[in-house]
Design a protein around this ligand. Structure first.
Ligand code: PMP
Length: 393
């Protein structure tokens, strides 16, 4: 009855958890939800009546110009004509998948990587080639070998405050990876939603800023700094790819909502914007620090982690072999949610030993309470397991 690709349609654990985690009594470390209290106000009083009409597929000219200015400021060669406004950066992932992926197409990506990108690429039939992450990013030598061996049709990377790991590639890794991309001409999709959520100095020059030719796309979004419900993001693309992305978007939704585009253009251009970013950073830095302190207090003997310099997540590596799904079930019974690490690996992995903990949604006091409960649940599972093992012996 359905298309052949529907066999590969998976549901996302995170979207399934979302309904649960939006209940006020649940302390959620599961989603990547920005804090509602840190969002700007939405004032549409001056919305021009013309914005009710259909608009251009590429997006509103004023917003495209502002984005081109911003992205050029990061060092990327970008004219306004290379900016495509999308319905969230999630749509950029979908358009890139449609452009590059058929059944069996090799796609290289980080391990772990962004869940909804994996889900989207899988739908079109991607064969995943994983590049393990270290604290400095992927291993450039491993990338070189992978390209020589498998020639991926697409390289998908999140170099700045990666989701889920929080990793921010070092300057040296950025330079090497960009050089490999340039030499090999493998199309690069750089996903960059967390750039502005930075809490301490970090290497952040986009990979795309180092590319002089080749095929590249850099995606951004206003979901983390503005209002995610408006669903406004963008793809900046090399001239070789841009016209295809526009036509693919025509097939998908004609254009993104003009009301959100109008509001975002005004927001970016307002003198309030830099002050808003500063406030947002201070707000999330406090929550990050609360989680770092809570982890120190409750998880020292249970896990290891790095404190992320930006973004929204801690990636916590458990020292003992736990059953993540049983842990999640127990934690949910006690009204705490987190994401088991397995969900973020493109190729099935039976046990990652990791949990992704979001720190943007809950306030400091709830973070402390949630971590205490989570640590207790883990200790209970470990204790139950050692009882079973000693009975068996
Ligand atoms: N890419 C990454 C790495 C993300 O973490 C997210 C949001 N969680 C997105 C893309 C999608 O964001 P949006 O569609 O809201 O712009």
């Amino acid at each position: 009855m359905f298309s052949e690709r529907v066999e590969r349609l998976t549901s996302s654990l995170i979207r399934e958890l979302l309904a649960l985690t939006q209940q006020p009594e649940v302390i959620s470390f599961a989603g990547g939800l920005p804090a509602a209290e840190a969002m700007p106000a939405l004032n549409l009083a001056e919305l021009p009546a013309a914005m009710r009409q259909y608009g251009p597929t590429e997006g509103e000219p004023e917003l495209r110009e502002r984005i081109a200015e911003h992205v050029s400021g990061l060092g990327v060669r970008c004219q306004p004509e290379q900016v495509l406004i999308t319905s969230g950066s999630q749509q950029g992932l979908d358009l890139a998948a449609k452009l590059f992926i058929d059944k069996g197409t090799p796609v290289a990506l980080e391990a772990p990587s962004y869940l909804a990108a994996i889900q989207g690429f899988r739908l079109f039939g991607a064969r995943f080639l994983e590049l393990p992450l270290t604290a400095q990013g992927i291993d450039p030598e491993e990338l070189r070998r992978l390209i020589a061996r498998d020639r991926p049709a697409l390289l998908y990377l999140i170099p700045t405050f990666q989701n889920p790991s929080g990793v921010c590639y070092s300057e040296a890794v950025r330079a090497e990876v960009a050089q490999i991309v340039e030499e090999s001409e493998v199309p690069l999709l750089e996903d960059d939603p967390y750039r502005e959520l930075v809490y301490q100095p970090a290497d952040r020059v986009p990979l795309c800023a180092r590319l002089e030719h080749g095929h590249w796309m850099m995606m951004g979004t206003f979901s983390k700094t503005g209002i995610p419900g408006l669903r406004i993001g963008y793809v900046v693309a090399s001239e070789s790819l841009f016209p295809y992305l526009v036509r693919l978007k025509q097939c998908t939704d004609l254009h993104s909502n003009r009301i959100g585009q109008w509001w975002n253009a005004r927001f970016l251009g307002s003198p309030e914007y830099p002050a808003h970013l500063e406030r947002l950073r201070a707000f999330y830095r406090e929550r990050r620090d609360a989680m770092a302190e809570g982890l120190e207090r409750h998880f020292r003997d249970l896990a290891e982690w790095n404190v992320p310099g930006g973004g929204l997540f801690f990636w916590v590596r458990l020292k003992h072999n736990c059953d993540a799904h049983a842990l999640l079930a127990k934690a949910l019974e006690r009204k705490v949610a987190f994401m088991p690490g397995e969900a973020f690996y493109a190729n099935p992995t039976p046990w990652s030993g990791c949990m992704r903990l979001n720190f943007s949604h809950a306030g400091a006091e709830r973070i402390e309470r949630g971590l205490a409960i989570l640590a207790e649940v883990i200790r209970e599972q470990l204790a139950a397991r050692s009882r079973v093992t000693s009975v068996e012996m």
